[in-house]
Design a protein around this ligand. Structure first.
Ligand code: NAD
Length: 479
């Protein structure tokens, strides 16, 4: 609940939080508002000295923080959720500006942030008695590692940061958050709000340029790096962590398939599948990215799908009716334009699309639907991470499973049909870390989240996610 106990953060100036102190930094840069292409306020460019100071502060805070009981740490985290709620209006405006989310998307992310904290603190690490005999006892327990680092991307800057820091801190680690240079603003404010709640050095936030991630992954004082981002960067992070044998977990890209069975109820299925393909303008790791529709219902599905998608409103961060916002940054926008140009070069059939040339400011792209492209088209094999979706025809169950699984990625996947048992049977054969029946992209603090194959290593959330922030320790006592 929002309370007036917490000071409202100032949402106009932005500094690193190190040891609960807002630290002025001589070098600064500015992010770009994707709604308008105008500059946002200055943010720090952290240097090696700032990294060293943050690591030293987190190391100094570790002994007393890790000595608290889990319940005491949970109490601090619950207060952190209250302090975020107290600053909700400021966060909402800022998230819209830095990320290009219309208010509907902002509301969902903000809800998930505090929900993640309040539900995660209910999970208990506990100790497991493996043996208790006349000769000895053996107890399996989980102990924190030390200083944790969270490196996050730009699509859900608050939620992805919160998932990492909540489990890390609850398990007894101290933490340094590094947001993407494309979206550092809400993360820096999370640090500032956290400084009102946590003991010194427990939560530190640093913004910077592309050299900041490597400075953190190389630092010998860091025990674990939890990374969310692209597969290419994930490989670099793992390589850098190997030098000091840091623990590492990777949440990487996906190319999620949705399989529509012949008995799917189109009136219910089409709006859901369309919404989950274009949620946050497709910039979601578990957005539906390939839709395999049974040939007996393909034409009807395609017609209903394009008709529904054409009703989705595109708008900026101040448009409460908008479902689709802009692409978050110019780099991703240009990557998507390149994908569009390949679609026309290859002569793929566009079932829904619009003219891309516009003199309006902002990185906006119209939703585009591609009608049955070949399996080797880029739009099928690559993660698009934007508002373009291919629909593909299938006839044979074994064959569609082979096609859905024919990817180096394996994050999520879904199966849609009226016969739920049958749909679940098919879903269990998808090579993915999270599978859904008649749904997609649902997530919750109570259960592990992570990809198979190149989509990741390790998990976040749930008890397994909490254990991921610990070293296992076996205690043998001879009686
Ligand atoms: P990215 O890999 O470019 O950047 C992610 C983060 O890594 C940023 O903070 C960046 O500054 C940092 N970074 C860059 N180079 C680094 C290096 N050498 N060492 C350490 N850190 C470095 O990814 P992005 O474009 O920001 O994010 C989009 C990708 O993230 C998509 O592929 C998406 O699917 C994936 N993603 C995955 C999940 C998941 O849960 N699996 C969730 C959200 C996004």
């Amino acid at each position: 609940m929002a309370t007036s106990t917490y000071k409202l953060a100032n949402f106009e100036t932005f500094q690193n939080t190190i040891n609960n102190t807002l630290t002025p930094i001589p070098r600064t840069r500015r992010g770009i508002n994707p709604n308008t292409e105008t500059e946002l306020p200055e943010v720090p460019i952290s240097a090696q000295e700032d990294v060293d100071n943050a690591v030293a502060a987190a190391q100094a805070a570790f002994p007393s923080w890790s000595n608290l009981s889990q319940d005491e740490r949970a109490e601090y985290l619950s207060k952190f959720a209250d302090a975020i709620d107290a600053n909700q209006a400021g966060f909402a405006k800022l998230l819209g500006e830095e990320c290009g989310k219309p208010p509907q998307g902002v509301g969902i992310e903000l809800f998930l942030v505090t929900h993640q904290i309040r539900e995660t603190v209910k999970i208990k690490l506990g100790e497991e008695v493996v043996e208790d005999s006349a000769e000895r006892s053996i107890v399996q327990r989980y102990v924190p590692m030390g200083v944790g680092v969270g490196i996050v991307p730009w699509n859900f800057p608050m939620l992805l940061a919160t998932i990492k820091l909540t489990s890390a801190l609850l398990a007894g680690n101290t933490f340094i958050l590094k947001p993407s240079p494309f979206s550092p603003y809400t993360a820096l404010k999370l640090g500032e709000v956290g400084a009102q709640v946590f003991p010194k050095g427990v939560l530190n936030v640093l913004s910077g340029e592309e050299d900041l991630g490597p400075m953190l992954t190389a630092h010998p004082g860091v025990a674990k790096v939890s990374f969310t981002g692209s597969i290419a960067t994930g490989k670099k992070v793992m390589q850098a962590c190997a030098a000091t044998l840091k623990r590492v977990s990777l949440e990487l890209g996906g190319n999620d398939a949705a399989i529509i069975l012949p008995d799917a109820d189109l009136a219910v299925t089409v709006p859901k599948v369309a919404t989950l393909s274009f949620f946050h303008t497709g910039q979601l790791c578990v957005a539906i990215k390939r839709i395999y529709v049974h040939s007996s219902i393909y034409d009807a599905f395609l017609a209903a799908f394009t008709s529904f998608v054409s009703t989705l409103k595109i708008g900026n961060a101040s448009d409460p009716e908008a479902t689709l916002g802009p692409i978050q940054n110019k780099m991703q926008y240009e990557k998507l334009l390149d994908m569009h140009s390949e679609i026309s070069k290859q002569g793929l059939k566009v079932a829904l699309g619009a003219d891309l040339s516009t003199d309006k400011k902002g990185f906006f792209l119209p939703p585009t639907v591609i009608d049955n492209p070949p399996d080797d088209a880029r739009i099928v094999t690559e993660e698009q991470f934007g508002p373009i979706i291919p629909l593909l025809k299938w006839t044979d169950e074994e064959d569609v499973l082979r096609r859905a699984n024919d990817s180096l990625m394996g994050l999520g996947g879904s199966v849609w049909g009226k016969d739920v048992k049958n749909a679940e049977r098919v879903s269990r054969r998808l090579e993915a870390g999270i599978v859904w029946v008649n749904s997609h992209a649902e997530t919750g603090p109570q259960v592990a989240w992570g990809g198979h194959k190149n989509s990741g290593m390790g998990v976040e959330s749930g008890l397994e996610g909490l254990k991921g922030w610990c070293n296992a320790q076996a205690v043998w006592v001879s009686k």
